[in-house]
Design a protein around this ligand. Sequence first.
Ligand code: OOB
Length: 542
Amino acid sequence: MIPLRQEWPLDVAARYRAAGYWRGETFPAFLRQRAAERPDAVAVVAGEARWTYAELHARAERAAAGFLALGLRPGDRVVVQLGNIPEFFSAVFGLFRAGLIPVYALPAHRLTEIAHFVGKSEASAYVAAERGTDGFDYRTLARDLRAATPGLRHVIIAGDAAEFTAFEALDGDSALLPGDPDPARVAFLQISGGTTGLSKLIPRTHDDYIYSFRASNEICGVTQDSVFLCALPAAHNFPMSSPGHMGALYAGARVVLSPVPSPDTAFPLIERERVTISGLVPPLALLWAQAAATTKHDLSSLEVLLVGGAKLTPEAARRVAAALPCTLQQVFGMAEGLVNYTRLDDPEAIILETQGRPISPDDEVLIVDDMGEPVPEGEPGYLLARGPYTIRAYHNDDAANARSFTPDGFYRTGDIVRRTAEGYLVVQGRAGDHINRAGEKISAEEVEDHLLAHPSVFDAAVVSIPDEFLGERICAFVIPHGERPRAAALKAWMRTRGIADFKVPDQVVLVDAFETTAAGKISRKELRARLRARLLAEEAAG
Ligand code: OOB
């Protein structure tokens, strides 16, 4: 197995410890501590389940012993694909407790993606729920996965497990549980948004990640009296750590899981549980704002609504802030690390018009031009970041590491930003060819590769198109090969590729050829830019 690494230079790590960012805390230790301090406080509410800290801790201990009893060993990786159900927490804290490494997949991922995560992480086990909220049966996926990934030894299913191991039945000898992990070691693997090709794996350590949500708690006002509503998928970095369910559990607060993020489901939960804080992507925030105008549910307990994952325009921010009875907090973050927040007491103009400033005084932010030189203050440029919770490398991906990090360890975020005189960042665009569809990041290259596998597709170029509701949508330009494929048929075929539904193009445009220049072929990047510009011009012309 390729060892998991996430290392900062020794002197830098020493500085982060001395500054009190890295305190040697770990996931299993903090849950044990909360369970000891406030055993009867409710930690997780989901459907009918209301688990206290003592109960969550006990369930995690039992799951941990059960994972080891299956033959899994500390350091083994386990792909976790669980939606917003309470087992998400007993599973991941069980894995942490056993020294196992969760690899967080989203409920929307399908066979192709899960097989990639299993292969890339060399996972020994896969944990999923019987079914998703959309009715999808993960046991079917698990069957195909077993055939596709011979290294996978265990499938563990929450709910009706069929021929697989039942999560609820996991049990073992707690005397065999290991001691707490080394806080400097990798705790889990998060999935990258993926700008080029397939998703990369992001190793995060106990020290760095716990710092990010402990500091976020302070910035977002989370205390043990807070009630955090997790409406986005729990496995995503934003609802996990900004300040997220992990921040809430760290604070000893209550986490309420909403199975889906729609106002119909979330608003009754806000009323019933007196939710104080939640986080949404911009399209959902707009939906909530619209629904709030006519709802009969009492939303007055809400104090803070975080919005991020994609750009919230000032106009949209104004609408959200006006419609909801709480403070809007913009958040601009990434699974690789750096997170920026507007502060709760910032002037309105900053909250509406910027994406915030970094969490840490030791977040180093550079804004550079094409040559890597810092741009004049206030000018837009590429954002580079380095700091106490920003990774220095992806797992097992030399090519991506060479592309994504500077020799002195800055992460190239791919975002184009400018910094205001007050030190706040305004996101203006991005360098990479990915589509940010309602906060889901989709690699143009990955979608093109799938399209190219269709017999009637000669060539394909995938671009993002501004979309009023989604922020951006996926448009595929396709040169047919032989018979002209129908757009609907091509989309339906994409759905058979075992990929997340959000990667299926929203729009397919058939073209006879792609432009070339007098000098010959143009780059993919330039081609995508031209196609996009042409479509936008045509749409503007009506
Ligand atoms: C969050 O994380 P990821 O890893 O899914 O995506 C990161 C990328 C950023 O590089 C940026 O391109 C975009 O998503 N993004 C935003 C944004 N927040 C994220 N673009 C414009 N405005 C924003 N507010 O999306 C994520 C992780 C932690 C907290 C919040 C979001």
